[in-house]
Every structure is written in structure tokens, then in C-alpha cells.
Design a protein around this ligand. Structure first.
Ligand code: ME8
Length: 648
């Protein structure tokens, strides 16, 4: 590790205070926490920021519904976030609120600067406005007359407003994304943004709301009849916090951020609005924006009306913060969507934490106590393979965390967990202990197993801080685990023979499924299954025989080229190689950019009669699924299969 501390600035979105925090909010915040802890352990100068977004119509409305002032409502809601972060062992260095006086002042300074520099213009504007999303849309953006994001009705509004001249930065932004492959991650999200920017004319951004319509926000410094658009105010938090909330020793030196961690829902505002705002201000862009995937609960969107919003605080009370934190990052690769269920959480806790890791730590410490009175024995030799594995993991662990591949980092650690479990089983210290001639071997086995547990403990600390801090003390360390670095202290042999180790209570007691709460969860799952079965039965009324299905010829197709059909929002014209070249017109333009599709292997109905869509011939049909929320996903293949192959 380099001895010069590097600055490491990581942020989460600032969450709206119109709702209570749920698993999704916890997810992003834990991700940032893991990175912050890992960087602190390795001697970097860390600033980890989270906070709340308190202005705008959503919050004003939520407060009104409760008969409160927006500020009073926000003060109460902020408590929910802060309490949850304490419960989850979130180690944020600061908590920003957009109602902070200092933040408001900085937003106004930035606004004035942009106004003076001619980056903002006043114009008359007519647009379709979605109140819940606080966004204007053009008519062609609308989905069947409704907001394309939330599906709710929009209102036509005409008014004078101020516009940030975002459009002029389009080419520079494309270049920046192309030249900085890590700027937007994962790669699929990067391609999405690039596709969008290359295929659409970027508009200017309306950054004001008439104060008469929306008073709850920061007044425009150059026109008091207007309030700053909530996103313009919110995005500035990442910079303003460095000015008044950053740790004293590096005040003002933290910008630009290393990582803005966000969910995929707010990728455009971050990658397009925020980046162009920074360009206009002549400020450096963040190094990376990482847009992670979406959590659902039993396949459904979390929503109050569906009654499936699982409160993370309750899960922590029942299963512990470590189990919850671990589950979220062990279960699903960061970037992909995931489905949450208590059953899966319990399974992970019991297998990985209780059995694999907890048991291993428990039994090696018990044996050290039993055979050596708790004094770590001097090994008679070195276990080279184990040492090499622990060194190999160190590189892999670092590489993974640099890419925010938490899942990959845990996979690396689990290689050592599995290896050590097998090592203990096959070395059978209980047999060695019976034969005094094998005492040297017994010393080597116990020392090596305890040393491996120590290394694993250190790696896991950013993920499961509570249990690992306890275990660290059981391993004989007086100094806090946080003062050891994964890069330096994970080297083999740091544990000195003679040190007193001791077994404590089980770190991860198995979750017994006889627990009434667990039973209740099982019951819920049963009901969900039943409902699904019922739906499937309903869908099976029109049964077809295999001979009917055989009439449909499905083939693998390679997309050779794709382009939008003019004057259509939905249609994309594709040239596809299905063994023979054909033209297909598909209604997937709202969900996919043509660029994304080129080079993809898809599934095509090959023996469909040709049809004309908006005057263009289509020879076949591409298969895609669309759910109740309008999310559309094309059927692609998970292995590379030759185009033209039959799908049966
Ligand atoms: O958008 N799965 O705030 P917000 C995964 N105030 N992550 C989820 C999630 C889910 N189901 N639901 C929410 C805002 N999240 C703005 C941000 S930033 C300058 C302003 C997480 O309260 C995820 O990080 O709606 C998502 O981007 C964020 O919460 C949205 O939080």
C-alpha cells in the first residue's frame, strides 16, 4: 500500500423525506459504508456523505397531508434515517440536509455564477408536467398521455421559466463518457446513457418553478418570484458538503468525488444534469457514478399500497445488522436487480455466516483453548498453499472493491473460508491430539487455521463490522480492528505465537425456522406461491398440444443493424441474421436504444407471415416480455449460440 493517504470521497443519493427509509435506501448506504470502511482501514483520507433531500413538491405535499410545515415534517423524517443508519452501523462522516443554511447559500452562489456567465436564460415554456416526479415532459415523451416514468396523469402548463443551457454540453459529455470508461458503471448503464445521448437531441433544463406554484425551495438569487428546481438544488449537495461538512483536515479538498453511488432510477439526473452543470461551472466531474440495480420484494415493486415495504430496522432487530448487510451483497452482484425475501436472508445467514464462517471460527478457537490452553502455538512448519491462497485473495479482493464488485470480493474471501474448513476437516486435529508424536503437526494446523480466520475476519470487517470487531478481540488483539489495513495486515504470519486467544459466544447463531416470525414469513411465501399457481392455472385454460407449438419456428438471430423508425416512439427497424438476413420491425423503442441491440443474439419467430408496420415490412417477430409496470425485456441467450439455431 502506498504510504501517502489518498483522498476518498463517496456519496449516497440524498433521500426524499416524503417516505420512511426502506431496503433500497439501506442498500445504497451500506454499499457506500463498505467502501468507506475499507478505505479508512487502508489509511485513506475518507469523506463519506449521506443526507436528505427536503425541498420540492413531493415533500411539500407529504407535509401538507400530515398537517405539518415542510420543515417540521422533514425534521421528523430525518430522525428515521439517522436512527436506521445507527442501527445498520453506517459510518457516515456527515449528514447533509438541503435545508441547511450553508447549503442554500452555496446553491444560490452557484446559480448567480451561472446566471452571470450566461449559462441560464429566461424563456416562455409550455410542457406536460408530472407533479409527483416534478418533471416536465414533451408530448412525444408521454406514454399513452401519461408520465413515462411513473405512469400517472400529467398537466399542460405554460409559464415563463429559467433554463440552464444544458444542450450545448452534449458533445463534450459524450466525449467525456467515451474517454473515461469508468465514469459510468456498470458498462450496461454506460451504454444506455451513451445511446441516449447519441440518439437524442439534448434539451435545455428548466431549473425554476414559479414561487406562486411552489414556494418550498431555495429562492432564485436573481428573481425572487421563482424557486430553484429541486434536482438542481439536490445535486449541488455533493459539492456544497465538501465546503462546510467535510472533515476539518481536508476541508474543501474533497471535490471531486471518487464515487456517487445511486440506484438506476436516477442515472440521467446524475450523469447528464449534474455532469453538464459541473462543466458549465468549470469544475471537475466525479470519477465515477455507479448505478446499482433494483430490489423487489417477492417479485413486486416495494410500495406502501402493496403492503410489502419491509422495514430494514425490523430486520436488524430480528437478524442483526451484520446478517442483513451481508445478505444484500453476497446474494446479488452489485449492478443487477434482486428479489428480497426473509427466507433467502435466513438461508444465507445459516449457510454462509453460521455454518461456513461462524462455525469455523468457533471450532478453531475452541481447539486452541482445548489443546493449548488458549495460547496460540508456535507452528512447526508453514502451510505454503494456504499462505499463497491468502496472498492471491488479497489482490482479487482489492481489484473487486475498486470496481465496486462487492459480490466478487466476497467470493474471493469465501475461497479462503472454504479452503480452511476443508483444511481443518482433513487435518483432523482431534486425531492429531491423541498422538504425542504428532504434536508438531497439531501446532501447525491450529496456528494456520487461526491465522486464516484472522485474515478472513479482517477482509470481512467492512461488510460485517460488529461480529468481526468481537472476533478480533477473541483473536487476542487489544487494538481496534479498524486500525489494521486489509492490504498490510492480511499478510500471512501477523498473529504471534503465544498470544492468548479465546472462544466467545457464537457469532452467528443459526436462525431457527421455528421462530414465529419466520413461520409467518413462510406462510406469506406460501400464499404468494398459491396466488402464482392460481394465476398460472388461469393462464392454462387455453392449453395447446406439442404439435401446435411445433408449428412455431423459433430461431436465434444476430442483430446486424438497428435504427429508430422515423415518427415512431416505439418502433425499431432491425436487420437480423437468422441463418438468412431478414428485416424485422419491433416495438421496443421505449426500452432499448438501437445501439444496445446491435450485436445481441435474440430469439425470433421465423415463420410468421410478413406484415407492414408504419409502412415498413417486417419478416418475423422478436420475442420480448413486458410486465405490468411496462418494463420490457428482450429474450436474449445466456451462452453464445450460432445464429440460425432452432429454439425449441
Ligand atoms: O431519488 N432498490 O431520492 P429517493 C434499490 N432525492 N435501491 C433503491 C430502491 C430499490 N427498490 N428504492 C430506492 C431521490 N432506492 C432523490 C435523490 S440525489 C442528489 C437526489 C435507493 O428517496 C436508490 O439509491 O427516491 C435510489 O437511487 C434512491 O434510493 C432514491 O431515493
Amino acid at each position: 500500500m502506498s504510504s501517502i493517504p489518498e483522498k476518498f470521497y463517496v456519496t449516497t443519493p440524498i433521500y426524499y423525506v416524503n417516505d420512511i427509509p426502506h431496503i433500497g435506501h439501506a442498500y445504497t448506504t451500506i454499499a457506500a459504508d463498505i467502501l468507506a470502511r475499507y478505505n479508512r482501514m487502508n489509511g485513506n483520507d475518507v469523506f463519506f456523505l449521506t443526507g436528505t433531500d427536503e425541498h420540492g413538491q413531493k415533500v411539500e405535499k407529504a407535509a401538507k397531508d400530515r398537517g405539518m410545515t415542510p420543515k417540521g415534517h422533514s425534521d421528523l423524517m430525518v430522525k428515521n434515517f439517522n436512527e436506521l443508519w445507527v442501527k445498520l452501523n453506517i459510518s457516515n462522516d456527515a449528514f447533509i440536509r438541503t435545508t441547511d443554511v450553508e447549503h442554500k447559500k452555496i446553491v444560490q452562489e452557484i446559480m448567480s455564477g451561472l446566471w452571470r456567465a450566461g449559462e441560464i436564460e429566461k424563456r416562455s415554456y409550455t410542457g406536460m408536467y408530472c407533479t409527483p416526479c416534478e418533471r416536465f415532459w414533451t408530448e412525444k415523451d408521454l406514454a399513452e398521455g401519461n408520465c413515462p416514468d411513473c405512469g400517472r396523469p400529467v398537466e399542460r402548463i405554460e409559464e415563463n421559466n429559467y433554463f440552464f443551457l444544458m444542450s450545448k454540453y452534449q458533445d463534450r459529455l459524450i466525449k467525456h463518457i467515451e474517454q473515461n470508461p469508468r465514469f459510468i458503471l456498470p458498462g450496461t448503464r454506460r451504454n444506455e446513457v451513451l445511446g441516449f445521448l447519441k440518439n437524442n437531441q439534448l434539451g435545455d433544463l428548466c431549473i425554476s418553478r414559479p414561487a406562486a406554484r411552489l414556494a418550498w425551495g431555495i429562492p432564485l438569487p436573481f428573481d425572487e418570484n421563482y424557486t430553484t428546481y429541486v434536482w438542481f438544488d439536490a445535486l449541488v449537495n455533493y459539492y456544497s458538503a465538501t465546503k462546510y461538512l467535510a472533515p476539518e483536515k481536508n476541508k474543501t479538498g474533497f471535490w471531486p468525488a471518487q464515487h456517487h453511488i445511486i440506484g438506476k432510477d436516477i442515472l440521467t439526473t446524475h450523469s447528464v444534469y449534474w455532469s453538464t452543470m459541473l462543466m458549465a461551472l468549470g469544475m471537475p466531474l466525479p470519477e465515477n457514478i455507479f448505478a446499482h440495480g433494483w430490489w423487489t420484494v417477492r417479485g413486486k415493486k416495494m410500495s406502501k399500497s402493496l403492503g410489502n415495504v419491509t422495514a430494514p430496522g425490523e430486520l436488524v432487530d430480528r437478524f442483526g445488522a451484520d446478517a442483513f448487510r451481508f445478505f444484500l451483497f453476497r446474494e446479488i452482484p452489485f449492478g443487477l436487480d434482486g428479489d428480497f425475501s426473509e427466507e433467502a436472508l435466513i438461508k444465507r445467514t445459516n449457510t454462509d455466516l453460521a455454518n461456513d464462517f461462524g462455525n469455523l471460527a468457533g471450532r478453531v478457537l475452541t481447539m486452541a483453548e482445548k489443546y493449548f490452553g488458549g495460547a496460540l502455538p508456535e507452528p512447526a512448519g508453514e502451510e505454503n498453499e494456504m499462505r499463497l491462497l491468502s496472498e492471491e485473495i488479497s489482490a482479487g479482493f482489492d481489484r473487486s472493491l475498486k470496481r465496486l464488485d462487492f459480490h466478487g470480493a466476497l467470493d474471493e474471501v469465501w475461497r479462503l473460508v472454504s479452503y480452511t474448513n476443508k483444511y481443518v476437516d482433513s487435518s483432523a486435529p482431534w486425531t492429531l491430539a491423541k498422538d504425542p508424536a504428532l504434536e508438531g503437526r497439531l501446532r501447525t494446523v491450529i496456528y494456520s487455521a487461526v491465522e486464516a480466520v484472522r485474515i478472513i475476519t479482517l477482509y470481512l470487517h467492512p461488510f460485517i463490522p460488529e461480529a468481526t470487531a468481537k472476533l478480533w478481540r477473541q483473536l487476542g488483539f487489544e487494538q481496534d480492528i479498524r486500525s489494521f489495513g486489509t492490504r498490510t495486515a492480511c499478510g500471512w504470519g501477523l498473529l504471534k505465537p503465544g498470544v492468548k486467544v479465546q472462544k466467545g459466544e457464537a457469532l452467528f447463531p443459526r436462525v431457527e425456522t421455528g421462530d414465529p416470525a419466520v413461520k409467518q414469513e413462510k406462510q406469506k411465501n406460501k400464499e404468494a406461491k398459491k396466488e402464482k399457481q392460481h394465476m398460472t392455472e388461469q393462464n392454462m385454460i387455453d392449453l395447446i398440444g406439442i404439435e401446435d407449438f411445433a408449428k412455431v419456428q423459433l430461431k436465434v438471430g444476430l442483430v446486424l443493424s438497428a435504427e429508430k423508425v422515423e415518427k415512431s416512439e416505439k418502433l425499431i427497424k432491425l436487420k437480423v441474421d437468422t441463418g438468412e438476413e431478414r428485416q424485422i420491425v419491433a416495438g421496443i423503442g421505449k426500452s432499448y436504444t438501437p445501439e444496445y441491440l446491435v450485436g445481441k443474439k435474440i430469439v425470433v419467430v421465423a415463420n410468421l407471415k410478413p406484415a407492414k408496420l408504419m409502412g415498413i415490412e417486417s419478416h418475423g417477430m422478436l420475442l420480448a416480455a413486458t410486465d405490468a409496470d411496462g418494463v420490457c425485456s428482450i429474450l436474449a441467450l445466456d451462452k453464445d449460440v450460432q445464429q440460425g439455431s432452432r429454439v425449441k
